[in-house]
Design a protein around this ligand. Structure first.
Ligand code: ATP
Length: 227
């Protein structure tokens, strides 16, 4: 498993709000390694996660997951790749209203056609690992922001993704929980051999990461020198 982003450019918005969020961005990510993606607010971290996760098509460039270009796949193939090969944990948690913590995990897995009964023990183990064994039957509106994020992490890990994309996992939790969550992400990354990219401002995460990628170091010059 490998992830290689090659010469990625992304523009967002229309008219006056049109912004170049990524400009000729190139980077390679190692399997079994947790890479911390750092850089000031607005430097393109979330945009990069969206492109790597086949949620957003770049204007140009290649997103090579194991050598195959996600940017060149059809919408249907991209949706399948997202369901089966990529785990996401984004800031909002993106949980489904009305479902319990345990159902959040099983519902996501059922989209890939796997029987939920066989996954239930693993779902419970993962919820216990993120410290939510006592919250299996709670629904999103009965949980804190940090708890919702932890459910999203457990859900992302359920199907052993090849690519794990995480946006600010520690923003809504205390330091001890931040260390536990980051350790879980790092441990799972090594165990599954997945490529893990975590956008973060938190020194706890950068301190435990295998590599740090600073968005500002990778930005291409905005104006080319003409000789
Ligand atoms: N829909 C949009 N339309 C126009 N510009 C946008 C849009 N979404 C994001 N941007 C701009 O694109 C740039 C990159 O945004 P992005 O969210 O990727 O940054 P970030 O590094 O994740 O920031 P943060 O650390 O604050 O989450 C920013 O300048 C932002 O203002």
């Amino acid at each position: 498993m490998s992830l290689h982003l090659h010469d990625i450019t992304v523009t967002l918005g229309q008219g006056d709000s049109r912004t170049t969020a990524l400009s000729s961005f190139t980077a390679a990510f190692e399997p079994g390694a947790l890479t911390a993606l750092v850089g000031p607010s607005g430097s393109g971290k979330s945009t990069l996660l969206a492109v790597a996760g086949a949620l957003l098509r770049p204007d140009s460039g290649q997103v090579l997951l194991n050598g195959a270009d996600l940017a060149a796949l059809t919408d249907r193939e991209r949706a399948r790749t997202r369901r089966e090969r990529i785990g996401y944990m984004f800031q909002s948690g993106n949980l489904l209203t009305g479902l319990t913590a345990e159902e959040q995990l099983l519902a996501a897995a059922s989209l890939t056609g796997r029987p939920s009964r066989s996954l239930r023990p693993r779902a419970r183990d993962l919820l216990a690992e993120v410290g939510l064994a006592h919250r299996l039957t709670h629904r999103p509106d009965q949980l804190s922001g940090g708890e919702r994020q932890r459910i999203a992490l457990a859900r992302a890990l359920l199907l052993q993704p090849e690519l794990l994309l995480v946006d600010e996992p520690t923003a809504a939790v205390d330091r001890t929980r931040a260390e536990d969550l980051t350790a879980l992400i790092a441990r799972t990354t090594r165990q599954y051999g997945c490529v893990t990219v975590v956008a973060t401002h938190d020194p706890v995460v950068t301190g435990m990461a295998d590599a740090t990628l600073d968005m500002l170091d990778r930005a291409a010059p905005r104006t080319a020198a003409v000789g």
